[in-house]
Design a protein. Structure first.
Length: 105
C-alpha cells in the first residue's frame, strides 16, 4: 500500500518525512535539529558541529556524506550546543557529515 503525502518546504525535516511515511525511528523522541556540517580537512577522525540548543541528554545519528577517505561513523555524542561525530579514521579533505538530533518527549 503506497502513501502519498504532500509537505511544504519548511516541513521537510528528517522527522517529518519519516513520520509522514509512518516510520517511527525513535519511539518517544522528536526530531529537534538536522543539517550538514561545514566542509573540513578532518585529521583527527572527528567532526564537531556547533548547534545552539543541543542538550547533553539529546540523542543523534550521523552519516558521512563526503571526504577524501571514506570512513564509518563510530559514535555520535551530544553535549551542550555541540554534536560530535567520531569516525573510524581520518576523513581527509572535504569531510562533511549529515546529522539529526532527537529529544525525548
Amino acid at each position: 500500500m503506497s502513501r502519498h503525502v504532500q509537505l511544504s518546504v519548511d516541513e521537510l525535516t528528517v522527522g517529518t518525512i519519516l513520520n509522514a511515511a509512518g516510520v517511527e525511528i525513535f519511539p518517544g523522541y522528536r526530531q529537534v535539529y538536522a543539517g550538514v556540517s561545514a566542509s573540513e580537512n578532518d585529521a583527527d577522525a572527528s567532526v564537531a558541529v556547533t548547534k545552539a540548543g543541543v542538550l547533553s541528554t539529546d540523542v543523534a545519528f550521523a552519516v558521512l556524506v563526503a571526504g577524501a577517505a571514506p570512513q564509518a561513523v563510530t559514535k555520535v555524542v551530544c553535549t551542550a550546543d555541540t554534536v560530535t561525530v567520531s569516525l573510524a579514521g581520518n576523513g581527509g579533505a572535504g569531510t562533511i557529515v549529515f546529522y539529526a538530533v532527537f529529544r525525548a518527549v
